[in-house]
Design a protein around this ligand. Structure first.
Ligand SMILES: [Zn+2]
Length: 404
């Protein structure tokens, strides 16, 4: 049940039913491709002729194509429908504290070229210049990837509800930075800027990794330089009134805890970020900014030492697992997600800490009673933030029309 807003609505027009059914057909083709028109009509419970008219519109719009004929020993061989991924591309950009990366994908978020890394830039203006130059060069060098449909930018930090302005990023140290307009002006392409974890959860909603799509609430937790969370409910991002919803990384576990990158004490991030794990391993103060000082050990080394059986490394990882579970419990009590996806370096040792995470969740008075939440890791190699950036551009092609 959804209430119709008396102040913000869109009246159904003559073509509205057709528009909705066309998007349903498009999504069924995406899920079930290759698929015949007859099978599509059966799936939709519509007459073949009506479905064929919808398919013709999709063919005209270049969103699907008819491929090889299916094998059918008993009669006509139907041509099968596929999503058209040729001739269009998306530029996905991930701006994080340690580096900026670019990935070119097709309309379904599948990579077309290797990931390209740019040096981190302290000043946003320089970063936008670097990005515009690199994107122009990539598109000029690879005419075979087709027409760019837009640039999706995933960035660590708070992004404004309208306009894609980066309001505040504790890990980048930036405030009130406009990325969208300068990048749009420099490239002449549509640009969408979104918080990286909101982008990451969108990529899971659009099932870029082949998991069956899930209805209800889904969360994506990225554990890296900082800790970010994106929530989607029934395929729609949970933004809140100011696009701040989901900032669990800065919800305190302990008001007297270590200082976080945001300046507050005891945030979840201050217990589970990369630098918190490194400080835990070294037995040093995990408070910001001490913890960002160059150290002699990296998270990759700690994970390798744990893998080799070093007790100190295993202890540090398992304690981090405990604090991860504490945060997951908060998320569960807030939105009760069907799935929590986890991204970041820590996924490389998930087998060593998952028991601790689950134990903490089971020990929670409320979550323990509610039952298990499915936790799935998204390995770094899948580039979840870049896939999320691509979903910012690809999602609207497949989304339901906005009505009422
Ligand atoms: Zn914080």
């Amino acid at each position: 049940m959804r209430r119709i807003s008396p102040t913000s609505f869109r009246i159904a027009r003559r073509g509205t039913t057709r528009e909705i059914n066309r998007q349903i057909a498009l999504n069924l083709i995406r899920e079930m491709q290759p698929i015949s028109r007859a099978e599509l009509a059966r799936q939709m419970g519509m007459r073949r002729g009506s479905v064929s008219r919808l398919v013709d519109e999709l063919l005209d719009g270049g969103l699907v194509f008819e491929g090889a004929k299916a094998e059918n020993p008993r009669g006509r061989k139907p041509r099968l429908l596929h999503i058209e991924t040729r001739g269009r591309c998306i530029v996905a950009v991930d701006v994080s504290a340690s580096q900026t990366t670019i990935l070119v994908t097709d309309l379904l978020g599948h990579p077309l070229l290797d990931v390209i890394g740019l040096a981190a830039r302290g000043r946003p203006r320089l970063l936008v210049d670097d990005l515009a130059r690199s994107i122009d060069a990539i598109l000029a060098e690879h005419p075979e990837i087709g027409v760019c449909q837009g640039i999706g930018v995933a960035v660590s930090g708070l992004v404004s509800l309208e306009g894609g302005r980066l309001r505040y990023s504790p890990t980048l140290g930036w405030r009130e930075v406009d990325i969208l307009e300068p990048l749009r002006a420099a490239t002449g392409l549509p640009v969408v800027v979104e918080n990286s974890c909101k982008a990451c959860v969108l990529a899971q909603v659009w099932a870029v990794r082949g998991d069956p799509p899930v209805d209800g609430p889904v969360a994506f937790v990225n554990v890296s330089d900082g800790v970010g969370v994106g929530i989607a409910v029934d395929g729609t991002l949970l933004r809140g009134a100011h696009n701040v919803a989901g900032e669990f990384g800065h919800v305190p576990l302990d008001m007297d805890g270590p200082r976080c990158s945001c300046g507050q004490r005891g945030c979840w991030e201050a217990y589970v970020s990369k630098r918190a794990l490194i400080a835990r391993y070294r037995g040093t103060d995990s408070s910001w900014p001490h913890a960002v000082e160059t150290t002699s050990v990296t998270i990759e080394q700690i994970m390798a030492r744990a893998r080799a059986g070093e007790g100190q490394a295993l202890d540090a990882l398992r304690e981090t697992g405990h604090f991860l579970g504490r945060g997951f419990a908060t998320i569960t009590k807030t939105v009760d997600p069907r799935r929590i996806y986890v991204g970041g370096e820590i996924t490389g040792v998930w087998d060593l800490i998952s028991t601790k995470v689950e134990e903490t969740l089971r020990d929670d008075a409320i979550v323990g009673v509610a039952g298990e939440t499915m936790i799935l890791t998204v390995p770094l190699g899948e580039h979840p933030r870049l896939r999320g950036a691509a979903a910012l551009i690809s999602g609207p092609f497949f989304a339901a029309p906005v009505i009422s």
